[in-house]
Design a binder for this molecule. Structure first.
Ligand code: AMP
Length: 216
């Protein structure tokens, strides 16, 4: 199974990606997580993308495409995967298609998680993520509280509000998301790959609907 997950920040994309990984034994490829890791390790790329991420802006297409291409051309090339946060623009989708063709890999579906912007803002304001970059698991005050308040269930590190989860940032990201996604989805709709799924349902139902849409 090779999937692309599309949806605005706060739509539950990460949760659904985790479930797809468990169900189908996939690798998750999250470009946001890759960038956060680069920032934590203070690499050249990390220093380049941090100011953009802090302001809720997208990293330029060629940087993101290069990072993904490097992964697919490495010995650790994923065969079965779920893309979480890439491609995000029409031009990234074109580059990704070319990369997959080169690697003789074919996409099975693009899962499009749909949700109202105001619901996203409410959801995000409760989000707390693990401060340990090697962990990075996210919790939610109401929907997925940690066992001990303020502490990560997985590694025990303190939970923090990420800069890119602040309300002002999230609204900017939503605007950018809508600007980019229409063309991206049109492109994949023409290939008959898009499966639209309502993301406001409880996570179990969203996942069941994804499985049905994938014909599983
Ligand atoms: P995410 O964790 O997917 O929400 O990504 C966090 C941030 O990383 C985004 O706000 C962007 O600044 C950057 N980023 C991640 N993936 C991409 C992408 N495919 N294209 C451009 N920027 C990205």
């Amino acid at each position: 199974m090779r999937l692309v997950l599309v949806g605005p920040p706060g739509c539950g994309k990460g949760t659904q990606a985790e479930r797809l990984v468990q169900q189908f034994g996939l690798a998750t490829i999250g470009t946001g997580a890759m960038f956060r890791d680069a920032i934590a390790r203070d690499t050249d790329m990390g220093r380049k993308v941090k100011p953009l991420m802090d302001r809720g802006l997208l990293v330029d297409d060629s940087t993101v495409n290069d990072v993904v291409a490097e992964l697919f051309r490495s010995p650790a090339r994923p065969e079965r995967f779920v893309m979480d946060g890439y491609p995000r623009t029409y031009s990234q989708a074109i580059a990704f298609d070319a990369l997959l063709r080169q690697q003789c890999l074919v996409l099975n579906a693009v899962v499009n998680l749909t949700i109202d912007d105001e619901v996203v803002v409410r959801r995000i304001s409760g989000r707390r993520c693990c401060s340990n970059p090697e962990c990075g698991v996210c919790f939610h005050a109401a929907a997925r509280p940690p066992k001990v308040p303020g502490k990560c269930d997985v590694c025990g590190s303190p939970l923090i509000v990420r800069d890119d989860d602040l309300e002002e940032t999230i609204r900017r990201r939503l605007t950018g998301f809508h600007q980019n996604t229409d063309a991206l989805l049109d492109y994949y709709r023409r290939q008959n790959l898009v499966r639209d799924i309502t993301a406001t349902d409880p996570p179990d139902m969203v996942f069941a609907n994804i499985l049905t849409a994938l014909g599983d």
